[in-house]
Design a binder for this molecule. Structure first.
Ligand code: CU
Length: 721
């Protein structure tokens, strides 16, 4: 890095011309009231002290995160998480290729390579994505930079970070060479951390190893990207090749750790501006090679290799057409073809162990999921203060999978008193006898209106219908034997899951009202409120598979039921005053309440973030310093999902201190998170399974939630050159 930096430093500073990456269309431009765009200084603040891109969204009201691995969070918006959120990176709606959803879409981009983040928490237009239920998370990598006409430029950025808890270290480098027409960029980001320690004494059952250590939380990850871009007049062509290598990532709420994840990505995009509007055309490919095992770290179960490979190919064509001064149309089509194999080779470490041999266990064999979508939407300015948006999206989702087999073609292993039932033959025969091919015809609709009487207030109200087809694991996981079923789990609750081929798509009907009040220049005060209600028909929840026991882990099956979610997001900021010596002071606050209920059973939905809020006091000192004292307050989680034996978590408050210096060339951040070293359980962190015999369904006692990180001191520095 130092060598590259010194080489680049010899290059002359050049003026950076803005790229036409963000081509805007003349005519009406109106953003959703619940849309948050993180860029510039705000984006830089959000990437401090995290290697996890999903965690960058946590200051947005209504957004929370299912945590698992250290770099692979899954965003949750208004109680709907994981596949239910339309998540894309540089326009690619990637999928998790793992029975535990370890390799989440946002794990393929490191925070240092994020150029901007757009999140819509409320009503989202159909053009923003399909095959999901509501919110949208759209992450763009750093935009291509071009030189001024007739000039060349070389520039870059180098950074390093350290966090005391878990001794997390990271480094990143970004170099660009460009002319006015051509731009080449390379980025690399590497992170490494040990197991973190909880605040206070985290006493997990059987934890004689090291109290307060959260086992299976260490990780090592590297993401690299090479970007080439060419622009001429009103045309921009971008090619991005990404490579990820994760040799290890622990999962404290799963029975397995990731022992390898390797991904190659290719993304080719064209953006052109024409007399009639803007054309975007994109094609992408991702190949994933994923491995897990459970005899790692503090786990005592025998080795059980689990492998998955996938390929994703996709194409998107979108047109934005200003029809008149007051009308704007968007039309587009999307295709995605996804292939998945998930198999578990016979385990060699337990000779004679017929539970796991002599065959290869086929979890998903030649799974395919193919989406084809068409959408059209119209924005119209009715009057100076009023605009309306209406859009329709139709989507066909076809899924299929081949026949399967268990570790052996029998229903029991062992003999006599030692005989144990696996039902491998019974379950695989029943699965193979069914028709596997399923085709869903889905349609989405968004209709809303916005009212902006003046430049201090903005309102939005409307309705959306969104549809998500079941993923391959929800449809094609087939084995009911606990040892196999517990490996199919992407909610981190410790239970085993069995799929159901005939599951219907989930349909969410949402009504939402959003308001935004602020002073005319948005620099003194602001206040936002967003109440919402969603009814989900055929919500994919879980039911007991055969017999279930309270306060234990059980085998469950996916079922269609009905659900409702409602809640309220509030956020605000206010300038408190300024002085010559102490700078300006701002008070910021946000709060979110979400309630999720299963209408069919009358119970609660799983993993709903309890009432929570943040209050911050921010000091802007001079042109470059920003200092923050923040309090984070979370209520106890008492609305628990009964069928999953969801573990209750207590209420807590955390306090953080942050300081950052940012000028054109240097950026330095330091601070202390959780400075009172509070011991707390993560409300959406799942059941603690980081140690012990995790291969046995109740080999680890039920009842401990994964603890959050204790006090950590962090420092990071970046330099542009
Ligand atoms: Cu995995």
């Amino acid at each position: 890095m130092a060598l590259a930096a010194s080489m680049m430093l010899s290059g002359a500073y050049a003026q950076v011309a803005p790229s036409i990456d963000s081509l805007t269309v003349t005519g009406i431009q109106d953003a959703p009231v619940t849309q948050t765009i993180l860029k510039g200084a705000q984006l830089n603040q959000s990437r401090v002290n995290t290697p996890n891109t999903a965690a960058m969204l946590l200051n947005i009201p209504g957004v929370s995160m299912y945590s698992g691995g250290g770099v692979s969070g899954l965003p949750v918006i208004h109680g709907l998480g994981d596949d239910r959120v339309a998540t894309n990176v540089d326009g690619m709606p990637l999928l998790s290729s793992c029975p535990n959803h370890m390799n989440s879409p946002l794990s393929y981009i490191s925070p240092s390579n994020v150029g901007s983040i757009k999140v819509i928490t409320g009503l989202s237009p159909v053009s923003a994505g399909g095959d999901s239920l509501g919110g949208v998370v759209s992450v763009q990598s750093l935009p291509s930079v071009f030189a001024n006409k007739g000039e060349t430029l070389q520039q870059g950025e180098v950074g390093a970070s350290y966090s005391s808890n878990a001794t997390a270290i990271g480094g990143n480098l970004n170099v660009t060479a460009a002319t006015d027409e051509f731009s080449a960029n390379y980025t690399i980001d590497s992170v490494k951390a040990g197991n973190y320690t909880a605040g206070g004494n985290f006493k997990a059952p059987g934890n004689g190893i090291s109290p307060s250590t959260v086992e299976a939380s260490r990780y090592i990850a590297t993401n690299q990207q090479l970007s080439l871009a060419w622009q001429k007049d009103n045309h921009l062509v971008e090619f991005k090749a990404g490579y990820q290598f994760i040799p290890f990532e622990g999962y404290a709420n799963q029975r397995m750790d990731m022992t390898k994840n390797q991904s190659e990505q290719f993304n080719l995009k064209y953006t052109g501006k024409y007399d009639w509007g803007t054309l975007e055309a994109q094609a992408y490919n991702q190949m994933v090679n994923h491995q897990m095992d459970d005899n790692t770290g503090a786990r005592t179960s025998p080795a059980m290799p689990m492998l998955a490979t996938s390929s994703t190919n996709g194409a998107i064509i979108k047109g934005t057409l200003p029809i008149s001064e007051t009308q704007l149309a968007r039309v587009g089509t999307e295709w995605q073809g996804y292939k998945l194999n998930d198999w578990w080779p016979a385990s060699s470490t337990a000779p004679g162990n017929q539970m796991m041999g002599p065959n290869t266990f086929e979890n998903i064999n030649n799974g395919t999921r193919e989406r084809l979508a068409l959408f059209g939407e119209l924005e119209q300015q009715w009057a100076k203060e009023w605009m309306g948006l209406a859009g329709l999206r139709v989507e066909q989702v076809g899924s299929n999978a081949g026949n399967v087999q268990g570790y052996n073609n029998a229903n029991t292993v062992g003999m006599g008193m030692m005989s144990m039932s696996t039902n491998y033959l019974r379950d695989s025969s029943a699965f193979n006898a069914q028709q596997h091919k399923q085709t869903d015809y889905n349609w989405d609709l968004t209709a809303l209106t916005r009212y902006k009487p003046d430049n201090t207030q903005n309102y939005e109200a409307g309705y959306s219908r969104k549809t998500r087809s079941p993923n391959l694991y929800e449809r094609y996981s087939w084995s009911t034997t606990p040892m196999a079923a517990i490996m199919n789990n992407f909610v981190g609750d410790g239970n085993g899951y069995v799929g159901q081929i005939t599951l219907a798509p989930e349909v969410a009907n949402t009504i939402s009202f959003a308001s935004d009040w602020h002073d005319a220049n948005k620099d003194v005060w602001g206040f936002k409120a967003n109440p919402y209600y969603t009814y989900v028909s055929n919500y994919i929840d879980a039911a007991c598979n055969s017999t279930c026991t309270a306060n234990q882990f059980n085998v469950l099956k996916y079922v269609n039921q009905d659900a409702q979610l409602y809640g309220l997001d509030l956020s605000g900021n206010m300038m408190l005053g300024k002085s010559q010596q102490l700078g300006r002071f701002q008070l910021t606050g946000q709060g979110s309440y979400t309630r999720g209920q299963n209408v069919t059973t009358g119970g609660n939905l799983y993993n709903i973030m309890p009432l929570n809020g943040k209050v911050g006091l921010v000091q802007y000192l001079g042109a470059n310093w920003t200092n923050t004292i923040e309090g984070q307050f979370v209520a106890a989680k008492t609305n628990l999902n009964a069928v999953r034996n969801e573990i209750a978590t207590g209420g807590y408050s955390l306090y953080n201190l942050r300081a950052s210096y940012d000028d054109k060339k240097y950026r330095v951040n330091l601070g202390i998170e959780n400075f009172l070293n509070k011991l707390y359980a993560l409300p959406q962190g799942g059941a603690y399974l980081g140690q012990g015999n995790t291969m046995s369904m109740n080999g680890v006692p039920w009842g401990t939630a994964v603890a959050g990180m204790g006090r950590t001191f962090y420092v990071s520095a970046n330099m542009k050159f």
